[in-house]
Design a protein. Structure first.
Length: 259
């Protein structure tokens, strides 16, 4: 009887935590209530809470950072099948895939964002990025900051669970030591801050074209691959003519934003 009752409490606890995440009550990037608070709310022991958190962490929905708390990483589970599937691809291919996801998320966010989404994104960029890199590829030292939530919040605003799940999978794969040691952030803190603000401005205005351009620019200055000789491999190889056309398009986007 006791074992059966314990199993039912564990199921209820897991279902509650998962529902809080999938409904958006606990937004992607935010810290969930602390263990004692959850135990009191649900009327269960702290060990039951810990087990539920471990279960959701194992599928990529939560992440516990020592000394910082437990954070929502994805509103949908990260499939083990997806993780295994991505193993077959090179780092260059993974970055190209990530770029496509980010640009599409920016477009969808501009089309489907709510007032709450915009408020959350504005809060995320209100506090300047203090480190010389965009926290999209953040580890324990960055994920707890407001700015670190930016990319996850953007995918949340896109209102596409598949996009969010794929992004969680690619982020997890890029954070693996074999890849992380070969990656750097091309832009400095001020540039990252400016690019985040441009993306939020486009999303706020519902301008999906500007959002796409702003995110494409951000991806150019975000993660890049470093060779053993410390040389940067550009995310996209472009001719001088291509670069001129891109700069002209950027100028048009900036002029519209100012206007």
């Amino acid at each position: 009887m006791g074992a059966s009752s314990g199993t039912e409490r564990a199921r209820r606890t897991l279902a509650y935590l998962r529902r809080q995440i999938t409904t958006g009550e606990w937004a992607v990037g935010t810290r969930i209530p602390i263990e004692p608070e959850l135990a009191e709310t649900l009327g269960v022991g702290r060990s039951t809470i810990r087990e539920a958190v471990r279960s959701l962490a194992s599928i990529g929905m939560l992440e516990t950072l020592p000394g910082r708390g437990t954070f929502v990483r994805s509103s949908t589970p990260t499939s083990a099948v997806l993780s295994e599937f991505l193993t077959a691809y090179t780092l260059e291919e993974l970055l190209s895939y990530r770029r496509a996801l980010e640009v599409e998320a920016a477009q969808q966010a501009a089309l489907h964002r709510t007032e709450e989404d915009v408020a959350a994104l504005e809060a995320a960029v209100a506090e300047p990025v203090h480190r010389a890199h965009c926290p999209a590829h953040g580890g324990p030292e960055t994920v707890a900051e407001l700015a670190a939530r930016f990319h996850y919040l953007l995918f949340d605003a896109a209102k596409n669970r598949l996009l969010a799940s794929l992004y969680a999978g690619i982020t997890e794969k890029l954070a693996a030591p074999a890849h992380a040691e070969r990656l750097r952030h091309a832009g400095d803190a001020a540039q990252m801050q400016d690019e985040h603000e441009r993306i939020v401005d486009a999303v706020r205005r519902g301008d999906f074209i500007d959002a796409v351009h702003a995110m494409a620019d951000h991806m150019d200055n975000d993660l890049v691959i470093i060779t053993p000789d410390d040389e940067v491999i550009p995310p996209l190889r472009r001719s001088p003519g291509d670069l001129e056309r891109i700069e002209a398009a950027r100028s048009q986007v900036r002029d519209r934003a100012v206007g």
